[in-house]
Write a protein that binds this ligand. Structure first.
Ligand SMILES: Cc1ncc(C[n+]2csc(CCOP(=O)(O)OP(=O)(O)O)c2C)c(N)n1
Ligand code: SF4
Ligand SMILES: [Mg+2]
Length: 338
């Protein structure tokens, strides 16, 4: 069997250099996620797909795990994707990304394809990515010989199959698996997994991990561009308000994304080659330049928390206060020293 020299493969590790776009006016007008999808009105994840591929550009292959962004975007004979797109199984965004990047590398090495840096992006939902596919994502982030981006769009439930609880659903949220009852008001008692920080801390060779919110569109775009430029396996986690699962009027998707950041529930940051940088309002919160808004301003605008009492709101607020006031790295790493 022919031995493959991993170092020789570095010839094929060139990436596209995608400079950041400084301000909304500089953002390209080209669209690669267009009409033809059937997502709900106000679906933030659909906007996130549009921003993600706008940032990456036309020389990109997108792999999509099962979930809303597969089912609603790839109806027979109709798709919004203008770039090559392939479905992959619910838990396999990590393996599909690694396999695609490896295949491109092999084809270029054998001269069967022209040598060219092609972006490989695999997206997954919170259920498919942070629950079922976590091990495959972890493996992908260790394969430093490949360029790929895993993009997790987090609508905080298994939405496509009618809003079941995932490991990223927030404490207490009403879902089809956790409806509040007369005996137990709070049915979902697990705290949301700290996914981006877990992956950043646990994969020291992964050069780029970031969190985004589409309310901050230019930041979202530029983080995708940075991940693809820096190369190797990278990871981005996006919090996406979902009118159906979160139960609010679709016109408030943007507001809720902003509120998640302003209340400190969703910190915006990036970890590039081990260096942490907070972004936007999260930076001001971390530096204590601005006060966090009360979590009730975010929670009570969503029907999934309509059953919350003062006791539940206080519990939630206490957990968020702890995250910013007691954690080793406020908002990011949850240890406390002696
Ligand atoms: C192995 C497997 N189990 C279950 C399903 C059924 N299923 C399809 S989509 C989905 C929900 C996925 O949730 P998430 O990854 O959060 O994406 P979302 O639907 O929220 O966009 C499930 C359970 C499946 N397709 N494959
Ligand atoms: S259920 Fe939520 S994530 Fe799925 S298409 Fe509707 S708004 Fe988007
Ligand atoms: Mg989901």
């Amino acid at each position: 069997m022919q031995q493959i020299n991993i170092h020789a493969l570095s010839d094929y590790l060139e990436t596209q250099v995608l400079e950041p776009w400084k301000g909304i006016k500089k953002v390209a007008h080209d669209e690669y996620f267009t009409s033809g999808h059937r997502t709900c009105q106000g679906c933030e994840s659909a906007l996130v797909m549009r921003l993600m591929i706008k940032a990456a550009g036309p020389r990109t292959i997108v792999l999509g795990a099962t979930g809303c962004m597969y089912v609603a975007n790839t109806t027979y004979y109709s798709t919004p994707w203008v770039v090559p797109w392939m479905h992959t199984q619910l838990g396999s965004s990590g393996s599909a990304a690694t396999g695609t990047a490896a295949a491109l590398t092999a084809l270029m090495r054998k001269g069967k394809m022209e040598k060219e840096p092609i972006n490989v992006i695999a997206f997954c939902g919170d259920g498919g990515g942070a629950d079922m596919g976590l091990s495959a994502i972890s493996a992908a982030l260790q394969h430093t010989q490949y360029n790929l981006l895993i993009f997790l769009y987090d609508n905080e439930s298994y939405a496509n199959t009618d809003i079941q609880v995932s490991g990223l659903s927030p404490y207490g949220a009403n879902s089809t698996f956790s409806p509040p009852g007369k005996v137990h008001r709070i049915m979902h008692k697990r705290w949301k997994k700290n996914t981006a920080a877990m992956l950043a801390a646990g994969h020291p060779d992964c050069k780029y991990v970031a969190t985004v919110s589409a309310g901050n569109a230019v930041d979202t775009i530029n983080k995708v561009r940075r991940a693809l430029t820096i190369g190797g396996p990278t990871f981005i986690h996006s919090l996406d308000p979902c009118p159906k699962g979160w139960d609010y009027d679709p016109k408030y998707s943007h507001d809720l994304g902003e509120l998640a950041v302003e209340t400190g529930i969703w910190p915006l940051y990036e970890v590039e080659e081990g260096k942490l940088k907070m972004y936007g309002k999260s930076k001001h919160i971390a530096k204590r330049r601005v006060e966090r808004k009360p979590v009730s301003e975010y929670l009570l605008r969503q029907g999934r928390f309509a059953h919350f009492t003062k006791e539940d709101l206080d519990y939630f607020q206490g957990k968020i206060d702890e995250m910013w006031e007691k954690w080793l790295l406020p908002g990011v790493i949850p240890f406390t020293g002696e």
